[in-house]
Design a protein around this ligand. Structure first.
Ligand code: NAP
Ligand code: GCO
Length: 288
């Protein structure tokens, strides 16, 4: 097999959870271009309809359904429906996730549980649903949407960091338990990427000046920019393809160097360089 053939996934059924917009849609488009049949889910009919139009416009033949990753029976039914329609899922991208930015002492138990349920228990439920078919098919790929918060904390994201830290260890455990069946489970660890989820962190202030968090992230990133969904597509294909068959239990960070860099004084940034940055389409994020 030539080296570039190793990045092909023709004929595989790839499920990207939460691929109605944001990173999930970028992952789906990338895997489709590499040859996979794309299936995805989300919770909102409005988002599903919007996504189907966008996939069609991009020439991606995607199958989508309203499935909540925290509802095991919905997940099992979706996996069975997909198997009947297209064949067994042998690539699972656990992408669906929410964040709540609330000081821990002000966060309700319900808010904490909601983040843990979606960001950590959801990947457990979805992985458990597809692993038997992967074993039967002789192998598979599970890619978990980790985060810099799998390694670092920050104010107001306690539940999210706990979930993403747990997801890092779930990744290692699936590797440990199912690697013998030729299943590779790895994590993708994006840095700060411009999507609807992070739009509040980039929103300019009332007077039009730069959002302080935007300035902070740029001062922590060697390239002084936010990542784009395009930046992540190559790694998504790599982790979903035979090119990564001997990589297992790893979290691959794609953060523009933030985790390697102590950062510079935010006041040193020349704000004029960053005016008029194109914003991701501002879809109303459903973190209910
Ligand atoms: P996003 O723009 O908020 O998109 C989240 C997606 O997940 C949407 O399609 C949403 O659709 C779906 N979703 C949410 N809860 C769900 C549930 N219970 N069941 C099914 N679908 C659900 O987020 P993003 O920025 O693309 O991030 C995607 C993943 O990457 C998340 O896990 C996030 O933690 C992680 N990540 C993001 C960044 C970043 O900087 N953006 C960096 C590192 C990691 P509905 O609302 O219709 O359900
Ligand atoms: C935040 C951001 C981050 C990013 C991402 C970084 O509020 O700090 O939302 O959590 O989403 O996870 O890797």
């Amino acid at each position: 097999m030539g080296v570039m053939e190793k990045f092909r996934i023709d004929g595989k059924v790839a499920w990207i959870t939460g691929a109605a917009y944001g990173l999930g849609m970028a992952y789906a488009k990338a895997l489709a271009e590499a040859g996979a049949r794309i299936v995805f889910n989300c919770r909102s009919q409005e988002h599903l309809d919007h996504a189907m139009e966008e996939y069609k416009a991009a020439g991606v033949e995607a199958y989508g359904a309203i499935v909540d990753v925290t509802k095991e029976e919905e997940v099992k039914k979706f996996v069975a429906d997909v198997k009947e329609k297209f064949g067994p899922i042998t690539i699972l991208f656990n992408n669906a996730g929410i964040i709540k930015r609330i000081p821990m002492t002000e966060m309700s138990l319900q808010e904490w549980n909601q983040v843990i349920d979606i960001d950590l228990t959801g990947p457990f439920i979805c992985s458990k649903a597809v692993i038997p078919d992967m074993i039967e098919q002789g192998g598979g790929k599970i890619i978990n949407a980790c985060s810099m918060m799998s390694e670092l904390g920050r104010e107001t994201v306690s539940a999210y960091a706990a979930a993403k830290g747990g997801l890092k260890m779930l990744t290692k455990n699936i590797c440990s338990e199912y690697g013998q069946y030729n299943i590779q489970c790895n994590g993708i660890g994006p840095g700060y990427i411009a999507t609807p989820q992070t739009a509040p962190l980039r929103k300019p202030q009332e007077d039009g000046s730069m959002n302080p968090f935007d300035r902070f992230i740029r001062s922590k990133t060697p390239a002084q920019r936010w990542g784009t969904t395009e930046d992540l597509m190559g790694l998504a294909v790599f982790l979903a393809s035979p090119a990564s068959d001997f990589i297992n239990g790893q979290i691959v960070y794609i953060d523009g160097g933030i985790l390697a860099y102590i950062g510079q004084d935010p006041s040193n940034l020349d704000e004029s360089k960053f005016r008029g940055v194109k914003e991701e389409e501002n879809i109303e994020v459903n973190d209910k």
